[in-house]
Design a protein around this ligand. Structure first.
Ligand code: F6P
Length: 342
């Protein structure tokens, strides 16, 4: 078979490991020819790609980012987008395209399947918010980086008796915040799933500090929202694809804490550090598992399916079902996190 691969949306540690695994099993086991499109669906529309083979992918397993490049450009943004995809598939005599992406890329892939194209999905995102699958690769790496940052903030916070606010990624859901908050022993964690009342946050910190000379760590997911009317938030800004540009809630929370409690407070916005660099062993394994499962799905012509990690197995589920709803933080785990607040 001739199989195209693309990576779309924000990059994520483990993308190269997925590409490597697809190429390895595709070439060595099935005798496939593989090509990688540049910058996600943009490269498919423009017919821009590179040939991929096992030799050329040596050394990519631990490498962060994506050797193919990525973008948030999608065919449905253009009147002739789908026709351009069909033309590339025909011209390059492709039997399938494997799209590795998050919510945006996979939603578009599900639509292309409805439009009759031979596509397979692989879920990626450090946010871990894709439905059905219990894990997306990149999440474990992001949690490790955030946890290490929290560990480091503890020692400087303790030396100065300060409140440290750390803003982590998590656009719509607070998986990274919840996991790193528990792993790092946060005093409090704020996530998008539950609006926070800044008065309650400050009162809890004050109670804790009354019990002794304590430092505190407050983990804030970038998409966390205050209870309406409690804090004035600046108007949303949007990027060129219509996504809200997040970042800023950490600074807001820190200044409210300092203002309302008088505790000296500092902010760390972890940002894209969480998405860069080498994947953890877990993410390397999951990415490799997904890649092998994806090329098997191609050979079974399981069009419109996404590989998913469920109950310690990689299975196939319809992409459309996986993107129907974002996966929130497990309520049981959230109640574990709450046990340790303040
Ligand atoms: O969706 C993954 C993600 O890392 C989010 O957590 C974050 O809000 C967003 O991407 C950042 O996007 P960009 O790289 O375009 O700033």
């Amino acid at each position: 078979m001739r199989v195209g691969i693309l990576t779309g949306g924000g990059d994520c540690p483990g993308l190269n490991a997925v590409i490597r695994a697809i190429v390895r099993k595709g070439e060595r086991h099935y005798g496939d020819e593989l090509l990688g499109f540049i910058d996600g669906w943009r490269g498919v529309m423009d017919g821009e790609f590179m040939e991929l083979d096992v030799e050329g992918l040596r050394g990519t397993l631990p490498r962060g980012g994506t050797i193919l490049g990525t973008s948030r450009i999608q065919p449905y943004m253009f009147p002739d987008g789908v026709e351009r995809i069909r033309a590339t598939i025909e011209r390059e005599q492709l039997d399938a395209i494997v799209a590795i992406g998050g919510e945006g890329t996979l939603s578009c892939t599900a639509e292309l399947h409805r439009d009759g194209l031979p596509v397979i999905g692989v879920p990626k995102t450090i946010d871990n918010d894709i439905g059905i699958t219990e894990r997306t690769f990149g999440f474990d790496t992001a949690v490790s980086i955030a946890t290490e940052a929290i560990d480091r903030l503890h020692t400087t916070a303790e030396s100065h008796n300060r409140v440290m606010v750390i803003e982590v990624m998590g656009r719509h859901v607070g998986h990274i915040a919840t996991w790193s908050g528990i792993a790092g022993g946060a005093t409090m964690t704020l996530i998008p799933e539950e609006a926070f009342d800044i008065e309650d946050v400050c009162a809890a910190l004050a109670r804790r500090h009354e019990r002794g000379k304590y430092a505190s760590i407050v983990v804030v997911a970038e998409g966390a929202k205050p209870v309406p009317g409690t804090i004035e938030i600046p108007a949303d800004e949007y990027d060129q694809y219509g996504h809200i540009r997040l970042g800023g809630i950490g600074n807001l929370v820190a200044s409210e804490i300092e203002h309302r409690t008088g505790f000296e407070t500092r902010v760390t916005v972890l940002g894209h550090v969480q998405r860069g660099g080498s994947p953890t062993p877990f993410d390397r394994v999951l990415s490799t598992w997904y890649g092998v499962a994806a090329i098997d799905a191609v050979h079974d012509e399981a069009w419109g399916q996404m590989v998913a990690y469920v109950a310690d197995e990689v299975i196939r589920v319809p992409i459309a079902d996986a993107v129907a709803e974002l996966k929130p933080v497990n309520p049981q785990l959230w109640s574990v996190a709450r046990e340790f607040f303040a």
